[in-house]
Design a protein. Structure first.
Ligand SMILES: CC(C)(COP(=O)(O)OP(=O)(O)OC[C@H]1O[C@@H](n2cnc3c(N)ncnc32)[C@H](O)[C@@H]1OP(=O)(O)O)[C@@H](O)C(=O)NCCC(=O)NCCS
Length: 183
């Protein structure tokens, strides 16, 4: 999906630029996936599970940018990529075409500045423009910051998936299923 770059002022007074991820961002995205997976236990993959080459990521970005029903936005502060937010179809059948899944992850040092609110706000506005009627996500039930962000932007918890993630130490985390109407 097309997206015109936007900018917001953060709680610390800095400017955050939001633009679509492009093929030139492939290495930046790879570094970001691995680093953020190391920084939090709240994501579904271990850092080494992003086993793509920069060329494969470039191809993924090219493919996504050609679709009207998907968008991957990047946020930048002082020229540095600080996080990403996206929407994709929730499923692939015609009967589920009105539902998208959304996601957002920031580098830890940029939490709490309002970037999540701005970035997810843009993701949701674009998902609505793309024709989606409902946004959905799974979040670890212990992820207070993300749940706070989602509730602030109007998501409601509609269910729980017990033991949704299993860590290498044998412990589990439940997922909350959260939904927001875009109508
Ligand atoms: C979740 C995440 C994207 C939030 O982004 P953020 O930029 O820190 O969020 P914001 O600063 O915009 O805060 C938005 C709201 O979330 C809530 N919030 C933020 N941090 C919180 C915390 N530690 N505890 C409870 N609520 C919190 C507040 O309601 C806040 O609103 P306010 O600023 O008006 O008080 C960020 O913490 C992150 O990237 N975490 C790691 C990856 C992750 O867990 N992603 C979600 C996977 S489902």
């Amino acid at each position: 999906m097309e997206y015109t770059a936007n900018q917001v002022t953060l709680k610390n007074g800095k400017t955050c630029v939001i633009r679509r991820g492009e093929e030139k961002d492939a290495q930046t995205l790879l570094d970001y996936w691995e680093a953020t997976a190391r920084e939090t236990r709240n994501l579904a993959r271990e850092p080494e599970e992003y086993g793509l080459t920069p060329e494969e990521v470039r191809e993924l970005i090219r493919e996504k940018n050609g679709l009207d029903e998907a968008l991957n936005l990047l946020a930048f502060v002082d020229g540095r990529c600080v996080g990403s937010g996206a929407f994709n179809p929730a499923d692939d059948g015609s009967r589920t075409r009105h539902r998208c899944s959304v996601g957002i992850v920031l580098y830890r040092e940029f939490w709490g500045l309002g970037i999540g609110t701005a970035l997810l706000g843009e993701v949701l506005a674009c998902a609505r423009k793309a024709g989606y009627e409902q946004a959905e996500l799974n979040v670890a039930s212990t992820n207070a910051a993300a749940i706070g962000l989602y509730e602030k932007l109007g998501f409601e918890t509609v269910g729980t998936i017990p033991r949704a993630m299993k860590y290498r130490d044998g412990s589990y985390a439940d997922f909350l299923l959260m939904v927001k109407s875009l109508l």
